[in-house]
Design a protein around this ligand. Structure first.
Ligand code: ZN
Length: 211
């Protein structure tokens, strides 16, 4: 199974190819199904989420989809990104145009009695986080891209969901020159200040993480 946050290229570019070779079913929000079909994904492998809070049971684990929002890119981040891409901008425009955002989802997995909540973008409203914070979260995955102050934004997720463990992700330099590496030290500092009992695990590229 593949669970999709939203339709931007850095989240789904290689999904049609992976699904074609593994026959994995792909769960995604409205709009992203069309993008992946256009990019060659077999439509029989797609399951589109049709309601907020929809639950999928797979026997040994459960996945629940929640409607979420994309972080709003701030002007300083856009300026720095455009300056970096510079004369190469026309070459990258199709990537941005052909992969619209679609309905953004966050995913809550119940596995071996633990609740794991994954966000693929950091645009959640206060209401959304308050709502999700009413049930316990053991492991929280927060994305570290899309805003100059993403460390503070990601910190709000930790304060709202109060997880036992937080894993900042997506700080990788996923597609240079569009991306750069994001420093997670400020986020770590903020979490230690308010949530000293929350464990912080930083993923390392190409290393398997065990929980
Ligand atoms: Zn995105």
């Amino acid at each position: 199974m593949i669970f999709i946050s939203h339709g931007h290229f850095d989240h789904i570019l290689d999904v049609p190819e992976i699904a074609a070779s593994t026959k994995a079913r792909v769960y995604c929000g409205r709009g992203t199904d069309g993008t992946m079909i256009r990019k060659g994904l077999d439509k029989d492998l797609i399951h589109r989420v049709v309601s907020d809070g929809e639950i999928f049971n797979f026997g040994d684990f459960q996945a629940q989809a929640f409607y979420s929002r994309h972080v709003k890119f701030d002007s300083w981040l856009l300026f720095k990104t455009l300056a970096r891409i510079n004369f190469r901008i026309p070459g990258y425009l199709p990537l941005l145009r052909e992969y619209p955002e679609g309905q953004v989802l966050s995913w809550r997995f119940l596995i071996e009695g633990k609740a794991v909540h994954h966000f693929g973008s950091g645009g959640s409203t206060v209401d959304e986080l308050e709502n999700l914070g009413r049930q316990p979260t053991d492991i929280l995955l927060v994305p570290m891209q899309g805003h100059t102050r993403i460390d503070r934004i990601a910190h709000q997720y930790v304060k709202a969901l109060q997880p036992e463990m937080v894993i900042p992700h997506h700080q990788d330099n996923f597609y240079p020159p569009i991306s750069t590496m994001v420093d997670t030290r400020k986020f770590t500092e903020l979490v230690k200040g308010t949530n000293p009992d929350t464990a912080i695990r930083i993923p390392v590229l190409n290393e398997t993480m065990e929980w």
